[in-house]
Design a protein around this ligand. Structure first.
Ligand code: 8YV
Length: 327
């Protein structure tokens, strides 16, 4: 019998086809997020659940369920970030969790660089002006932004996406500084022309652009707070393509409002898609609806990567992208 697999959102058609060939698959053609109650029920009905960032699998979803009651043995997350899944509960119930690293690093780094350029060169503001019919023509003092080339690019989290961002920043001849919890080998830093700093304080105070590439989750919630933002240059920009929770919205909104920093570029938010409305009134922030991995190539690759993970698992082989062990 084929394992039964629940796909919580609509996936690229070619991947859904492949899933249907390999598994007894339940697709979500209406593409609305499942409720937490539906998610909980799915644990009793399916061998595998294929989740995305819009599925909130916090501890309450798993609460009071005994390991002997669950049918689900693997959660194959479509995405590299998994802070929406309570790993401790999954572990308690013997459920393996996998993710999809590598395949989205380049596209996510592209979005970080795009946000940096858009924020620094006032692309959102410029387009709004033009579309609103408010452009009065070229003039030497019109919509002056900040130069990007040769500036300092500060990276928080030097994993795959952070490295891809560094690689791109080098194209702009930027001075690349890195903050990472563990020490990065000198040879790796050299490969990216990067210097590792010992503290976030140093990174925030020295950088012209701070780009976040660390995981979300409890450990990094509000890592970027009023104090750190207060250390930034008044000409500095914050870029977030990581997770909304890494930034304290109230603090960021206050420094943007008071022009204590020059601007920000955000692709991810607390409580997506119900973002803090105060952002909408600010011209010095560029806002994107979580587009990091949104290219055809990458979204297909993410789907095939999930297939690789669950296929290995059901063949009793180690899934390539295990993020939590059951023991
Ligand atoms: C994904 C992302 O598309 O992979 C991630 O962690 O942030 C996105 O690019 C999304 O999370 C899908 O689950």
């Amino acid at each position: 019998m084929k394992p039964s697999v629940l796909v919580t959102r609509k996936w690229p058609t070619s991947v859904e086809k492949k899933l249907a060939e390999l598994f007894d698959v339940t697709l979500n053609s209406v593409d609305e997020p499942l409720s937490q109650a539906q998610m909980r029920n799915a644990l009793f009905d399916h061998d595998a659940i294929l989740t995305t960032v819009t599925d909130k699998l916090d501890a309450s979803v798993f609460d009071g369920i005994k390991p002997s009651e669950v049918k689900t043995r693997i959660i194959g997350n479509y995405g590299v970030g998994f802070s929406h899944i309570d790993l401790a509960s999954a572990k308690r119930l013997g459920i393996v969790v996998t993710n999809t690293p590598d395949v989205l690093s380049e596209c996510t780094a592209d979005i970080a660089v795009m946000l940096m350029l858009m924020a620094a060169r006032r692309a959102g503001e410029g387009e709004r002006e033009l579309r609103n019919g408010e452009w009065t023509g070229w003039r030497p003092t019109h919509m002056i932004g900040h130069k990007v080339s040769q500036k300092t690019f500060g990276i928080v989290g030097f994993g795959r996406i952070g490295k891809a961002a560094a690689q791109r920043a080098r194209g702009f001849d930027m001075d690349i500084k890195v903050y990472n919890r563990s020490r990065i080998a000198q040879a790796v830093l050299d490969e990216y022309g990067a210097t590792q700093l010992d503290s976030l304080d140093d990174l925030f105070s020295q950088s012209d652009f701070v780009s976040l590439h660390c995981p979300g989750g409890a450990e990094n919630t509000h890592l970027v707070n009023q104090r750190l933002l207060g250390l930034m240059k008044s000409s500095g920009f914050l870029i977030n393509t990581a997770r909304g929770e890494v930034v304290d919205d109230e603090a960021l909104i206050s420094v943007l409002k008071n022009n204590q920093i020059a601007g920000a570029g955000l692709d991810v938010f607390n409580n997506e898609p119900l973002i803090n409305k105060a952002y909408l009134a600010l011209d010095n922030v560029v806002l994107l609806p979580h587009l990091g991995s949104a290219t055809e190539t990458t979204r297909d690759s993410m789907g095939y990567r999930v297939i690789d993970n669950i296929s290995a698992f059901f063949r009793e082989l180690p899934p390539p992208d295990l993020v939590s062990l059951t023991k």
